[in-house]
Design a protein around this ligand. Sequence first.
Ligand SMILES: [Fe+2]
Length: 180
Amino acid sequence: MLTPDGHSDRVSEYSVLIGKHLGLSEEDLKTLRIGGLFHDIGKIGVPDSILLKTEKLTDDEYSEIKNHPTIGAHILSTATIFKDLIPIVKHHHEKYDGTGYPSKLKGNDIPFFARIVAVSDTFDAMTSKRTYRDALPLDVVISEITRCKGTQFDPEIADVFLDILKNNYDEIKEIQTKYI
Ligand SMILES: [Fe+2]
């Protein structure tokens, strides 16, 4: 059994924060909040032996991990109440330049909320401690997000997030300290 590490809680809150800075409606923020919480639900279909592996994954194991967005979308397709969450769950690993998965969607073809969650998800991965490295320092994270603007990330969403990191870092810090 996996222990909760706060990843999805933080991804949810970072996504809502970006949404607020984008001026989204309360309804949209609610969808983002729940979508962030559920974004990795498809990992239930990936064996713990792969999810918890600390050594480098084989190509086959990595392919199995890459199934989680589609598995998650299938899980949520069982009830109409989840329908707005499906695009977020299914497409949060797409990249703006079309090199992501599972559908290799490009640019604005990637659902808007999934583009927001993609930024939050990567940020949390970079700022969380891994078995093989410490959390990355803020200046490295900022240059990495800047470098990936337009390739991995929607440039406008990346800019909004960079602005939060540079000018409203207390809002990020508050989320980070909440789930430790
Ligand atoms: Fe994921």
